[in-house]
Ligand binder design. Structure first.
Ligand code: IPM
Ligand code: MG
Length: 357
């Protein structure tokens, strides 16, 4: 198969981790007879520096016309004072919206070899963690309109959080369908004791729950979810939630995997076009030093094969290679344990690539 991938390395450690994922994809191409063609596009701060905007219109078109998009990370202190309209993050949100990437899957899986690198006690994570956060990605407060105005001699800022039934229903459907393929447990996370958007969310989810009697469904308030996530994470299978709650809970969940550097994500549309990225940021403090953990990005590439290209066997091969390299005791700094061998970002990429054969 021939596939065209638009690659957005971005800022900070972005280019380093992307290079390793591309190495792995190329090896998969050789092994399984696929040809992956890459078009590189600037996004975030590097694009602001070159073109004055966080992504050019041409770049956006190249994302839309690709078979799939692979992203590193955007942002950094250098661009923190940019006006809201041209901030690096604006490009990321723009691509999500323009490509209709409403369903963000954030699998939180602990490789058992890393149980000790999690800040949580072994009693809590040792039994294995395998949950999936399904985050709504193109609605809610991220896209509801933002303003700051002067009123009665002071500044007043407003962010609007709208949700319509169809937006809730389509993400709900993704979550129920995904739960059916897993352990058939779904927790819908909201703040229905305070927010109207959450009350509507609950109503729509209950309607869907009636269509999926096999799924053991529950409503959980977001504050309680944050607590349960570290008290007893093994109770969760699939969680579905709105955009901002999902942003916050997925950072929390990443600590269950040992390091935020391990966690991949897929942002999916109604069709096969998706964008794949690690959930961590651009880590400017370690950028350019070959220290980053590329596994979250490599695992994101595996998700791309699975979800956009229907290449389950190839995706399994990448995940098994990562597992094997961890078994052999190789670790980047963020997941380093006593008795393990510390490797650089590029060495980790080489090891996974070699493992694929
Ligand atoms: C994420 C990130 C983004 C988000 C930022 C960079 C805009 O934190 O993908 O989780 O808030 O969605
Ligand atoms: Mg986030």
């Amino acid at each position: 198969m021939e596939k065209h991938i638009t690659v957005l390395p971005g800022d900070g450690i972005g280019p380093e981790i992307i290079a390793e994922a591309v190495k792995v994809l190329d090896r998969i191409g050789e092994r399984y007879g696929h040809s992956f063609r890459y078009t590189y596009v600037d996004i975030g701060g590097c694009s602001i520096d070159k073109y004055g905007v966080p992504i050019t219109e041409e770049g956006m078109e190249l994302c839309k016309s690709a078979d799939s998009v692979l992203l590193g990370a955007v942002g950094g202190p250098k661009w923190d004072d940019c006006p809201a309209e041209i901030r690096p993050e604006k490009a990321l949100l723009g691509v999500r919206k323009a490509l209709g990437l409403f369903a963000n899957l954030r699998p939180t899986k602990l490789f058992p070899q890393l149980a000790e690198t999690s800040p949580l006690k072994i009693e809590i994570v040792g039994g294995g963690i395998d949950l999936l956060i399904v985050r709504e990605l193109t609605g809610g407060v991220y896209f509801g309109g933002h303003s700051t105005e002067e009123k009665d001699g002071e500044l007043v800022a407003t962010d609007i959080m709208p949700y319509s039934e169809h937006e809730i229903e389509r993400i709900g459907r993704v979550a129920f369908e995904t739960a059916m393929k897993r352990r058939k447990r779904l927790a819908s996370v909201d703040k229905a004791n305070v927010l109207d958007t959450s009350r509507l969310w609950r109503k729509v989810m209950h309607r869907l729950a009636a269509e999926y009697p096999e799924v053991q469904y529950s409503d959980v308030l977001v504050d309680n979810t944050a607590m349960q996530m570290i008290r007893n994470p093994a109770q969760f299978d699939v969680l579905v939630t709105e955009n901002m709650f999902g942003d916050i809970l997925s950072d929390e969940a990443s600590m269950l995997t040992g390091s935020i550097g391990m966690m991949p994500s897929a942002s999916l549309s109604e069709g096969t076009l998706g964008m794949y990225e690690p959930i961590h940021g651009s880590a400017p403090d370690i950028a350019g030093q070959n220290l980053a953990n590329p596994l979250g990005t490599i695992l994101s590439a595996a998700m791309m094969l699975r979800y956009s290209f229907d290449m389950a066997e190839e995706a399994d091969a990448i995940e098994q290679a990562v597992n094997e390299v961890l078994n052999q005791g190789y670790r980047t700094g963020d997941i380093l344990q006593e008795g393990c061998k510390k490797v650089s970002c590029s060495e980790m990429g080489d090891l996974v690539t070699a493992q694929i054969g």
